[in-house]
Ligand binder design. Structure first.
Ligand code: DLL
Length: 432
């Protein structure tokens, strides 16, 4: 179901006119209200009146996560604090979090784009939506919550964790959709299996998954195991939270809600804007955000975008699945490796479970990467030869995909820690 046909299927010329008008208003507003942006725009030699077409977007300065952090907690507000109804935050690995603010209108926009997301995933008014994203400063919980309310679904706010209770709720309340990270979905499916519950015998049909990188092979694995349609949804706190982009039933790219968020793909090294189909860093400018608008935010997420028509009828541009983050890219003996490349090799290999971890050490000035993979119960109780064959197979496939020889360690079933939210896939011991 298309939630907002007017905006999701807008003719391109009409959409661009709307985007330009909103961009101009945003630049004028931040110039007037936020000293940080005024200084940056003055330094770049751009005045609000210079934004005459969408191409002028490229003249605006970028904003980084560090810039946001420097203005902690509420230095980038464009409205009086009394108009702020809610805040969310994203924690970095170090230091202060980034705090973003929401006015009543921002919560309304968020509810709308999340209703689009849920409807695009196949949820309908009257459905039961179990929301296992964490509630709190993290945007997943409340974002999916507001979207469910707007859609007119019954939301079960389980938040993350307490997997046995989650499985019980799925059964007892007949949840038709579940929202959580892909790694938590796998953990839940495992707990269900242990309890003798097959998701196919429940009402669960849709898994609305995001907040961390995952591969298409992982999607197929999840769908095969649990009989659900698994939909990829994308977003980030600095922009609004989930609701920035999401897949439709075609499962062929995520439609960006570009009547609210203007996307660009840039070369992360030079800042040059790239064209359709070219892979680079996603940069987003908010054009309707009221409390904390952001100009050209460098997401660090690697993907490409396409304006090609989608069979679903939406005209909104599509982004590819996020391959990883510029700051997640591992450089192992000079070779660039994304954890998602490793995942796409592991998932789908018979006998290997979709639970893995990557451990990096430095030995005698050389990087050493070990991929730890759980083996299936069946294989584990099998003879040694089966394990050796599996290990060699994984090692060879990784070598051919990464162009790098890595160590593979098969570990016992259920020994890699399960996550309730974003999974920690990489343990990098090189800095210690
Ligand atoms: O993760 C918002 C969100 C909540 C998205 C629930 C989807 C579902 P942050 O905690 O600020 O916000 O983390 C944002 O997570 O820059 C990406 O690197 C990563 N990310 C989010 N969704 C996806 C996805 C939320 N579908 C950061 N695929 C982003 C890959 C994703 N990475």
């Amino acid at each position: 179901m298309i939630w907002d046909e007017k905006h999701e299927c807008m003719e391109r010329g009409e959409l661009e006119a709307l985007q330009l008008e909103r961009l101009q208003a945003t630049v004028a507003k931040v110039y007037e209200k936020v000293p940080f942006y005024r200084k940056r725009l003055d330094k770049a030699g751009v005045a609000p009146g210079d934004i005459k077409s969408l191409a002028d977007l490229a003249r605006l300065p970028f904003t980084s996560k560090d810039n946001l952090r420097e203005n902690y907690p509420l230095g980038l507000l464009t409205v009086p604090q009394a108009e702020v109804l809610e805040i969310h935050g994203s924690s970095g690995t170090t230091g202060k979090p980034v705090i973003m603010a929401y006015t009543k209108q921002d919560i309304d926009t968020w509810s709308e784009v999340m209703a689009r997301t849920l409807a695009g995933a196949g949820a309908e008014p009257g459905d039961v939506v179990q929301n296992a994203y964490g509630y709190g400063l993290f945007t997943g919980g409340l974002g999916a919550h507001y979207g469910s309310l707007r859609l007119g679904a019954m939301v079960i706010p389980t938040s993350g964790g307490n997997s046995k209770r989650q499985v019980m709720m799925i059964q007892d309340l007949s949840s038709r959709a579940i929202c959580c990270t892909p790694s938590y979905f796998l953990a839940l499916a495992e707990v269900a299996e242990e309890a003798g519950v097959d998701f196919r015998s429940t009402n669960l049909r849709i898994a609305i998954l995001g907040a961390e990188p995952w591969s298409d092979s992982m999607r197929r694995e999840i769908e095969k195991k649990s009989g659900v349609t698994a939909i990829d949804i994308y977003g980030l706190t600095e922009i609004i939270g989930p609701g920035v982009a999401s897949e439709c039933a075609e499962q062929d790219g995520l439609h960006i809600n570009e009547d609210h968020f203007l996307p660009e793909i840039i070369n992360p090294e030079t800042g040059e804007v790239l064209g359709d189909g070219e892979t680079g860093e996603l940069v987003i400018t908010t054009i309707t955000k009221e409390a904390t608008p952001v100009l050209r935010f460098r997401t660090r997420d690697i993907c490409s975008i396409t304006h090609e028509a989608c069979a679903c009828g939406r005209t909104l541009v599509r982004m590819s699945r996020v391959a990883g983050r510029t700051d997640d890219m591992l450089i192992i003996r000079g070779v660039n490796v994304f954890p998602s490349q490793i995942e796409s090799v592991l998932v789908g290999i018979e006998g290997a479970e979709p639970h893995y971890q990557i451990v990096i050490r430095r030995e005698k000035a050389l990087d050493d990467m070990e991929v730890q993979v759980e083996v299936s119960e069946k294989l584990f109780s099998d003879e040694i030869r089966g394990l050796e064959t599996l290990e060699a197979k994984i090692r060879d496939e990784l070598h051919s995909v990464l162009g790098l020889r890595v160590r593979v360690k098969l570990v016992e079933p259920r020994t890699i820690q399960r996550s309730m939210g974003k999974a920690k896939r990489v343990i990098d011991m090189r800095e210690q």
